[in-house]
Design a protein around this ligand. Structure first.
Ligand SMILES: [Zn+2]
Length: 154
C-alpha cells in the first residue's frame, strides 16, 4: 500500500497556491504586508487571504484574488473585506479588482458581468478542474514556491 496524503487534491492545490502567492509578494528579506491592515510581517507568519471566497471555483486560483493577510484580518475580522478591497484597488487598480468580481458573479449567472470578461475568463467561469489537474497544479505551485524561497530569505 502506498502512502496517500489525506488532503484532497483541490485542497492541496489551493493551499500550495496561497503559499506561492505569499512568496510572490514577499520582499527580498522575506516580508509581506497584510492587504487589509498594512501590518508588516514575516512571509511565514502571513496567511493567504481571498478577495472572493475560495468556495468560488472561477477565482480560486486567480493571481489577483489571493494576497498576503495577517492572521487577525483573515480570522477574527472575517477577511476585513472593506479594507481589503480598498487597498487592493490602490495596489492593482479597479479594473483588475473588478475582473475578479466579474469572474465570481458571472459564474453565478450574472450576464452583465459575463459580457465584460475576456474569452479565456468566460471559459473559466464554467470550467472545473478534475483531481489529476489539481494534483498537477499543486506540484507546479510548489516548485515555483521553492525557487522563490531560495531567493527570499525569511
Ligand atoms: Zn491585517
Amino acid at each position: 500500500m502506498t502512502f496517500r496524503s489525506k488532503a484532497k487534491p483541490r485542497e492541496k492545490a489551493l493551499a500550495a497556491f496561497q503559499k506561492l502567492r505569499r512568496y510572490q509578494e514577499a520582499t527580498d528579506n522575506g516580508f509581506v504586508r497584510c492587504i487589509s491592515c498594512g501590518k508588516l510581517m514575516s512571509v511565514k507568519e502571513a496567511q493567504g487571504g481571498h478577495l472572493v471566497s475560495r468556495r468560488v471555483r472561477a477565482t480560486e486560483l486567480k493571481h489577483d484574488n489571493v494576497w498576503p493577510q495577517c492572521p487577525k484580518c483573515n480570522g477574527p475580522l472575517s477577511g476585513n473585506v472593506i479594507a481589503y478591497r480598498a487597498n487592493l484597488v490602490k495596489l492593482i487598480g479597479v479594473v483588475r479588482v473588478q475582473r475578479i468580481e466579474d469572474l465570481a458573479n458571472a459564474s453565478e449567472g450574472d450576464e452583465e458581468a459575463y459580457q465584460r470578461l475576456s474569452g479565456e475568463d468566460r471559459r473559466s467561469t464554467v470550467r472545473k478542474h478534475n483531481e489529476a489537474e489539481y494534483e498537477a497544479l499543486a506540484a507546479g505551485f510548489r516548485s515555483q514556491t521553492r525557487i522563490l524561497q531560495k531567493e527570499k530569505v525569511s
